[in-house]
Design a protein around this ligand. Structure first.
Ligand SMILES: Cc1cc2nc3c(=O)[nH]c(=O)nc-3n(C[C@H](O)[C@H](O)[C@H](O)COP(=O)(O)OP(=O)(O)OC[C@H]3O[C@@H](n4cnc5c(N)ncnc54)[C@H](O)[C@@H]3O)c2cc1C
Length: 197
């Protein structure tokens, strides 16, 4: 059942987020929300009502389900370096930020595959495999700060992409939280790494 939200009744919603994600994964103080009011496109700003910082896919799904239950718009944000306003909040929205989803889950050098959470920073993938002679080719110039989730959404790339292709050419699978909060997996092994030549 969808519950309509007015400007006054965020408390039960925040409580539901805290139960699903933990108190330290929910931000609602006005001054702490300031940093989330825009991405790299700083001409446009809108403070979100609440920011949630899940650590797992299941917590993302729980947050999306709560948004659905209360009919609240939600927007994903990685590192917030996007230049097209994709992570720009709308009024009274919930921002789902992947900054705490920073685990490299699996490295399979034999098959040149890496599985990461979406908040992993682009350059960390190369750092994780470079000792074995590999690197992750898509290299936006923001690669020391931008996240893989943001790279996938924006299909980001840099100079290596002239030879090896952009992000879509390196993503072999995704675990996706759908707008109703269900989880869909389309995967073999997720990111492809190149051998160094
Ligand atoms: C100095 C600078 C240099 C840059 N250079 C380049 C460059 O060379 N090449 C290039 O392509 N881009 C470049 N960019 C743009 C930007 O860094 C990229 O678009 C990057 O991929 C954004 O990643 P992010 O983690 O910051 O994403 P965010 O800005 O947080 O989000 C970008 C979009 O992705 C969505 N998103 C984020 N995470 C998820 C997720 N887990 N699931 C679903 N949707 C998600 C957001 O809703 C938003 O629409 C540059 C930006 C800066 C500031």
């Amino acid at each position: 059942m969808v519950t309509q939200v007015t400007s006054k009744d965020w408390r039960p919603i925040v409580k539901a987020f805290e139960q699903a994600i933990g108190k330290n994964g929910v931000i609602q103080k006005r001054e702490e929300l300031l940093v989330y009011e825009c991405d790299g496109l700083t001409s446009y700003r809108q403070r979100p009502a609440v920011v949630v910082l899940p650590r797992t896919t299941e917590q993302v799904a729980a947050a999306v389900k709560i948004c659905n239950q209360y009919n609240i718009p939600f927007i994903a944000r990685g590192a917030g370096t996007g230049l097209s306003g994709g992570a720009l909040p709308t009024e009274n929205c919930v921002l789902i930020v992947t900054a705490l989803m920073r685990q490299i889950l699996d490295i399979d050098l034999e098959n040149q595959r890496v599985v990461v959470q979406p908040g992993v920073i682009n350059n960390w993938v190369t750092q994780a495999v470079s000792g074995s002679g590999f690197y992750y080719a898509p290299d936006p110039s923001s690669q020391i700060v931008c996240s893989i989730g943001g790279n996938v959404a924006e299909n980001s790339g840099g100079v290596h992409c002239l030879k090896y292709g952009v992000t879509t050419n390196h993503v072999l699978g995704l675990k996706v939280v759908l707008p109703d909060g269900s989880i869909m997996t389309r995967a073999a092994k997720f990111l492809k790494c190149q051998g160094m030549t």
